[in-house]
Design a protein around this ligand. Structure first.
Ligand code: KIV
Ligand code: ZN
Length: 389
């Protein structure tokens, strides 16, 4: 079986900007979009143009200035939103209109106040209109994971017939779990007769901490596009984290028989750029891009990694653009790691002095959680006091 290419649809600038407390200026959005192009994502969702003049301006700037990826703009399923989205992206090399409407009964009854029949008609009209403006149209069935599966299949059948070339299956409220979501994707493949004319996309939120796992289950079931954000930003608990999804595919490519086009070496710097511009810190224990992602604290682990990184590392830090292992010394560190650190800092000392310094180091590590290079330098200043006669 050959390796499939999974399209990475980045929505950091749209769903990611819906992170509580985040608001980006146009130039900051352009800077992020340029970084995403370098990262080689396939699609950048630049914003929701009808939402505000600022959003319209940012999407227009990105469409005009960022080359490479498809540039998508979000629109509800009505003419005004769709026309405004197209105005904002029309200068893009490859513009995409992404139109959406909710399909679950709870949204139909309490938000849209529409019947299923009315919804079917509206979705079809929206896609037909979008298709008259641009050849690339994505349709999202908001709250798909809580929708009736047969009705969902009817909706997708209609919108594909109307011209949608991507049909998105959002887990809008992060409700689903991997086995169930994989089964839903299989059901759609088996019950939408014209499914071969469209790519199946998924868009998972992280309310139960399963956005990446659900996206991977969907890939295993045949999804061809995954929507995600840098650092997992997004509405409430966020979206599937791009860096985790991409590195899961990269690390387990033989299992999934699928890969992305992302240039993984750009992952770390893109993550830091987004963190700096949004003001949302990356937690130290965050997978792939956290400060501790490649740090080995215990002596046993440090020793193993020094002998062969494969002992405790499934991703080499260089793969995501981190230059070397951040070996943190702490109370669990062994003499070997301590001596290696001294050598790395340029000290060439005899074994007896290392032993004496190691005792001091352990004492310090007991008091301090982490011992940094500057602490070791300070120990060296005291070296005279511990040098053997
Ligand atoms: O979560 C969601 O359903 C969305 C849609 C607009 C795709 O963000
Ligand atoms: Zn979303």
């Amino acid at each position: 079986m050959e390796t499939r290419r999974i399209q990475i649809f980045d929505t950091t600038l749209r769903d990611g900007e819906q992170t509580p407390g985040v608001s980006l200026q146009t130039e900051e959005k352009v800077e992020i979009a340029l970084a995403l192009a370098k990262l080689q994502v396939d699609v950048i969702e630049a914003g929701f143009p009808v939402a505000s003049p600022g959003d319209f301006e940012a999407v227009s700037q990105i469409a005009a200035r960022v080359k490479g990826p498809v540039i998508a703009a979000l629109a509800r399923a009505n003419e005004k939103d769709i026309a405004t989205a197209f105005q904002a992206i029309k200068l893009a090399e490859r513009p995409r209109i992404h139109t959406f409407i909710a399909t679950s009964d709870i949204h139909l009854e309490h938000k849209l106040k529409m019947t299923r029949a009315q919804l079917l008609e509206r979705a079809e009209q929206a896609v037909r209109y979008a298709k008259s403006l641009t050849p690339d149209v994505e349709f999202s069935a908001e709250d798909a994971s809580r929708s009736d599966w047969d009705f969902l299949c009817q909706v997708y059948t209609k919108v594909i017939a109307a011209g949608a070339n991507v049909i998105n299956v959002p887990d809008t409220v992060g409700y689903t779990t991997p086995l169930e979501f994989g089964a839903l994707i299989t059901y759609i493949r088996e019950n939408v007769p014209n499914i071969d004319q469209a790519v199946i996309s998924v868009h998972c939120h992280d309310d139960l901490g399963m956005a990446v796992a659900n996206s991977l289950a969907a890939v295993a079931a045949g999804a061809g596009q995954v929507e995600c954000t840098i650092n997992g930003l997004g509405e409430r608990a966020g979206n599937a984290a791009l860096e985790e999804l991409v590195m899961a595919l990269n690390t387990r490519r033989e299992y999934y028989r699928a890969l992305s086009n992302v240039n993984t070496q750009q992952i770390y710097r893109t993550s830091r750029l987004v963190s700096t511009l949004t003001g949302i810190a990356v937690p130290p224990n965050k997978a792939v891009v956290g400060d501790n992602a490649f740090a080995h604290e215990s002596g046993i682990h440090q020793h193993g990694v020094m002998n062969n990184p494969l002992t405790y590392e499934i991703i080499s830090p260089e793969t995501v653009g981190v230059s070397r292992n951040a070996i943190v010394l702490g109370k669990h560190s062994g003499r070997h790691a301590f001596e290696e650190r001294l050598k790395h800092l340029g000290y060439d000392i005899d074994a007896e002095t290392v032993n004496a310094l190691f005792v001091k180091f352990k004492d310090l590590a007991d008091r301090k959680k982490m011992v940094f290079d500057k602490d070791i330098e300070a120990l060296m200043v005291e070296k005279a006091a511990v040098r053997p006669e």
